[in-house]
Design a protein around this ligand. Structure first.
Ligand code: TXA
Ligand code: MG
Length: 348
């Protein structure tokens, strides 16, 4: 493939000509990386099986991992899904556009190459003006996974997309950093109690405020079988070996200090993922604060950036603090568990 083009697009006021150029690539069966409020997506025409295939190829993504289909209006669902139930309608009206993906039974118009062979399709309406304009201009729903090489931390800025996708895709639209920083929440509404298949940018508490009781897919725990195919793969992984420390904050800091000291003694390059509250408490390694414990959005929006930063610094060991699983913390901890491949030290 020819060189990947990178074009800057104003987030609030996307230039129509640039959007038209991107939409043309999509219509012609090509690949465009574009910003959403969660992470950068790698987009292709969701109705074109060959275009979808190119996504799997560019990412090195397993074929059975279905793609999320992005729309710019609820009306588009008329021809994409068999039925919209009452719960879905309530959620869409309240939270779309936004970081929420809903699973529906698909119609035949969506090729099985887009859904990893499943009869269901995951649909979301992103909140980012650039994402919405490309979907609108291209006139087709856009399949878009996160624009990273499979298994790597998701990209939350255009530079991170370029790092993984240079030479593999046609075009990257650069509108700066994503605000949410973790992917959308994926929800299955087919049973009595709605089930979150992937915690994400819309909190469980927010969904419960509309639907009442909601549960987390029990298969999300280590060693279980998750309902969402993508959740079974190792994911978000930095190059370094990573250990996540859980328990009272004092325990976390003490443990990380001991581990870092030992690793540094062995001559290893150590990275510590700290928080604004604790960063000054570490005496060894390269310390980066991922954000403020009292403002979870600062942490979610920084999480993948920090993991990639440690990679660029060339550290070989990362010790990471954990945070509360309330609100956005649930998605952050889900990503940290996977990034650390469930290598966890728990204290009481
Ligand atoms: O925020 C996001 O959702 C981003 C941006 C670009 O929109 N996209 C994203 O896509 O995270 P991806 O491909 O990285 O993750 C899609 C997740 C996977 O875990 C996949 O298994 C799940 O959605 N998924 C897709 N279709 C599904 C289906 N029909 N049933 C169950 N899970 C599905
Ligand atoms: Mg992904």
């Amino acid at each position: 493939m020819a060189k990947t083009q990178l074009i800057k697009v104003d987030k609030k006021n996307p230039d129509r000509e640039k959007i038209r150029q991107a939409a043309k690539v999509i219509k012609n069966g090509g690949l465009v990386a574009f910003p959403t409020e969660t992470v950068y997506g790698l987009g292709a025409n969701a109705l074109d099986e060959n275009a979808a295939k190119k996504i799997y190829c560019a990412k090195g993504r397993p074929q059975d991992n279905p793609l999320i289909v992005h729309v710019c209006s609820i009306k588009q669902l008329d021809y994409l899904v068999k039925e919209v139930n009452q719960k879905a309608l309530l959620l869409m009206e309240k939270f779309w556009p936004g970081p929420l993906t809903i699973i529906f039974d698909k119609t035949d118009i969506i090729p099985s190459g887009t859904t990893g062979g499943l009869d269901t399709v995951a649909i979301r309406m992103p909140r980012h003006p650039v994402a919405l304009s490309i979907i609108e201009q291209s006139g087709v729903p856009i399949a878009a996974p996160s624009a990273n090489i499979s298994g790597r931390p998701s990209p939350v800025c255009a530079q991170d997309v370029l790092e993984d996708m240079d030479g593999r895709i046609d075009l990257i639209l650069d509108s700066g950093a994503c605000t949410v920083g973790v992917e959308s929440t994926v929800i299955d509404l087919s049973e009595d109690v709605p089930m979150i298949l992937r915690p994400g940018g819309l909190t469980k508490e927010d969904i419960e405020s509309v639907l009442g009781n909601v549960r987390l897919d029990p298969g999300l725990q280590e060693g279980q079988r998750p309902k969402s195919p993508g959740q079974k793969y190792r994911h978000y992984a930095p190059k370094a070996h990573m250990t996540l420390i859980e328990g009272p904050l004092e325990f976390q800091v003490k443990t990380i200090n001991e581990l870092a000291k030992n690793s540094v003694k062995k001559g290893l390059d150590v990275g510590i993922m700290a928080t604004a509250q604790t960063r000054h408490l570490y005496r060894f390694g390269k310390v980066i604060s991922v954000g403020d414990r009292n403002a979870p959005l600062t942490i979610s929006s920084n999480l993948f950036l920090v993991l990639r930063k440690f990679d660029r610094m060339g550290v070989s060991e990362i010790f990471a603090e954990s945070i509360s699983k309330e609100g956005l913390g649930l998605a952050v901890m889900n990503r940290l568990y996977k990034a650390a491949a469930y290598n966890i030290i728990k204290g009481t």
